[in-house]
Design a protein around this ligand. Structure first.
Ligand code: PMP
Length: 297
């Protein structure tokens, strides 16, 4: 059972700057640069059957995102992979969510922050379906966001930098206030982009269409699903999708590590019917994330 206790007040262990510490002791100071200036980058991973799906890809993205934010995370990819595994194990978790986060510490306060220590912490917890299960099976309802994904010339748009989630939280709140599960965000040019924490696929005449990820996260789940669809012989078109096309698709789903593959039944006034292709890819994704069986000797 997932805990409902606040996240700071739970049992277990958190990997913090190289060692496992009791969960409640994994603190940061209020004068941490990361808190004031969003100098932080994070990951979201899921373990299935005790193994973290695409772990190394997540660790690589974390390190790359850090570099983009001018932060050198002081651990190798292999060390980060191992730390993630250690956290899952220390908390005796099998199916769970894993959250690494790197941030600038408190050695300097101000915009300039070159000598701040780069911290890394990794937590793991039981986190079931991202959307309530009843909604998920029927398809979730999306509204259209007011904020847009920024131009890569405005912000490091393709990273999982904490600062990029300011508009995501605002839009998720607005959507939930209006009774929707999430919001579809357009990009700075007014093209269909992604949701607040997931990428989007739209289906027409047996073909999958998904926006070209030129100013938002090219999600690991997105790439996995494209591979699975192609394996089924389905055509996947990565292209510019304009809002006035949204009425012309029959199925729609969103994908992400947390959201997995979640069907969409509505985007504003447009309706979709979760169908055969969505079902096939939900099943294929569920199979793909299972730990690889090592052939018996
Ligand atoms: N877009 C955003 C804004 C996200 O937060 C996420 C979740 N990390 C995704 C897309 C999907 O990425 P992934 O499949 O790598 O989890």
């Amino acid at each position: 059972m997932a805990s409902t206790a606040p996240y700071h007040d739970r049992d277990g262990f958190i990997w913090y700057d190289g060692k496992l510490v009791p969960w409640r002791e994994a603190d940061v100071h209020v004068l941490s640069h990361g808190l004031h200036y969003a100098s932080a980058v994070f990951e979201g991973e899921r373990a299935y059957g005790g193994e973290i799906f695409e772990l190394t890809q997540h660790s690589q993205r974390l390190v790359e995102g850090g570099k983009t934010l001018d932060m050198t995370i002081p651990y190798s990819i292999a060390e980060i992979d191992q730390a993630c595994r250690d956290v899952v194990k220390a908390n005796k978790l099998v199916d769970c969510y894993v959250r690494p986060i790197a941030w600038r510490g408190s050695e300097m306060m101000g915009v300039s922050a070159q000598t701040t220590k780069i911290h890394l912490a990794i937590a793991a917890w039981d986190w079931g379906s991202y959307f309530p299960m009843e909604q998920r099976l029927q398809g979730i309802r999306l509204t259209i966001a007011q904020y847009r994904r920024p131009d890569p010339a405005t912000a490091p748009a393709k990273t999982k930098a904490a600062g990029l989630y300011m508009i995501c939280t605002l839009e998720k709140h607005r959507a939930e206030r209006m009774g929707y599960a999430d919001a579809l965000m357009y990009d700075w040019r007014g093209r269909v982009a992604e949701c607040t924490g997931a990428n989007i696929f739209l289906i027409k005449d047996g073909t999958l269409h998904t926006p070209t990820p030129d100013c938002f996260l090219d999600g690991i789940t997105r790439r996995t699903v494209i591979g699975l669809a192609k394996k089924r012989g389905l055509q996947v078109v990565e292209r510019t999708i304009m809002p006035d096309e949204l009425g012309g698709f029959s199925e729609c789903f969103i994908v992400g590590t947390a959201a997995e593959v979640t069907p969409v039944s509505e985007i504003a006034e447009h309706k979709y019917q979760p169908g055969k292709i969505s079902e096939t890819l939900i099943n294929d994704y569920t199979a793909a994330v299972q730990p690889k069986k090592v052939a018996a000797e």
